[in-house]
Write a new protein. Sequence first.
Length: 661
Amino acid sequence: MASAPAPSSKAKAVCVACRARKKRCNGERPSCSNCTLRQELCSYPPPRRSVATGLHNRNLDNIHQSSEQLQLPPFTMSDNLPYYVDLPSSILQSNPILGPDTLWLMATTDDQQSLLPYTMSPQELSAPAVQDLTTDITNQMTAAAEPHAPSASWPACELPPEFWSVETSTLASSTTLDPEAASPALPSLPSQGRMDELSGIFFQRFYPILPIFFEERLSAALLKATTAKPEPESSLLFAFLALVAGSHPAADVKSQQSAWYGKARHLYDQTLHIPSEPLQTLQAAACIVLHALIVGDHSAAWLVLGKAWRQCVALGLNQMDSASAKRNGPSVEWRELEERRRTIWSLFMFDRGMCFPIGLAHSIDERQLRVNLPMDEDAAQNADSPPQELDSVLFTPNLRKLLSLVGAASQQTPPNVFHYLIISYLLLGRIVEHMYQPESEDDEDEDDAEQHRSMLASLQQDVSHMRLMLPRSVTDVTSAAHLDCIHVVWLNAIMNVNTIFLFHRPPTRREQSLSCDNDDGSPSCSASSNWQICVAVSRKTALLIREASLVSTDLLVNPNVAAPVFACARILVIEHLLSSSPPESGSRVPHASGLVADLQVFLLLFDRLSEAFTGVGVKFRNRVLDLLEQGPDIGKEMKAAGSKTLLENCLKWQGAALAAG
């Protein structure tokens, strides 16, 4: 039985201009009769979208026909994505077609139209409609650029005369509708031989601190990106080149680093919350963040990290290993699954490590993570078949339970230092959150004060418990495997800065109201009561650097340890300033044995970091030298204020200003 023909439209559309003037409109395109007399192009409101099931499949062929008429690529995904793609994946599990893997497939497969709740009609993709939309936007921009006096809602005193008129050409140049106009020129790409050299440099120098690639999969992705037509548009390609170029000996490769970084930033900024190549886009974000930290572009690193996390949530990757996610949707090849996990955990460590020095709010909410910890490196790189499930540890926000799970896994296989490194960053985030937690406005609020003390005691127990749980092979360089040594140094630096932030904390208003001597050890004096613990862990960090340098200085060339080492150096600088001040009796307090030598160790480490990475080592080295020039009074103030004074902008540092100049 033949289906009934679709009903025709009962009335023609009325253009925006005729509707505003209340004129009769014949609905012709590109201009109706009235607009033709005025020599204008019509602008029509978008037609209503049909969500009827019967119209859904019938419109698919028309969409591709309209795309061919416009010489556009076939329709893959509407820009007006449904609201539910931004919801947490825990909410989406009730719908069997909206699990995390399904959302992932929406961005990686061609069969995407059936996953959307509606299909755009042919009129929405027709050439006149696109032309009308462009004309309407241009008219609005031109109208906004016309000179006008302040209206009643904007008094002249609030709107300076220089804002009464705007140059139309300036506005058009800054709000161009052509996406290619704002795109930086395509930098030249290295030859295949140079690309292989850069890949080798990455796995030798950067892979231990950014282990998010399998070598075969990375080579395939780079080859595909370099041969893309009409030109390479992969953010991963340019982010990878920008990250590694500074370590290549050739001058022509190093000279392209800034151009590659700018192109990578531009391409990543163009990605949507569900990118076309999800995994490679997130890997590109991780490379951009690391390079931004190396060169000192902290603002870009923080913003890119926030966007990358939201893309993870939109794709459902924050709960990729939850029980419901495993039940719904198809599985992927195990190497790609492992790269997803490692990328997410690398972003997590960047988030915690990048925000703590200056007290910025974290982007990643650990309570929303249901992702297995990375598998053992030897098992991942040498396995031809999928490793057993016992190699994976499912993350839980419960720190004690997580330590027990990791400890149990260490009894079956050699301890995974990277697991303990992730937990140390988890602990760092909680300590910093407690340190920067807003205080109650009521100084007499006993409940708030008791909660503060209880949380502080719990964090102290967590630090102590974790140190006791750490095997010696993950804390001692001489007992660790050679490939784990760089992670051992990294782990100890983070754990030591955890102790410093926990005990050299700023005093609360309640504690400031109590009169106490800085040296009497009173518990009410937060920044001073456990000062010797902070000095001890700082000197332990210097000893660790000495031990690692006996093996190789490459174990210390890690941009992620620069900020923790500076926090330790700052403690020793304060101790040095205080020991240099004469007491009231007129005699000097002798320097602690080896204190100056420990400070020299930190300065030498910053020298090696500045040789390998531009920016990160020079900034902290000059800041240490600047602090050493201060007097004893500044040392007393820094000791009493706690580690929260690190919230100061780095641009205000005299040493950083000298380095920039």
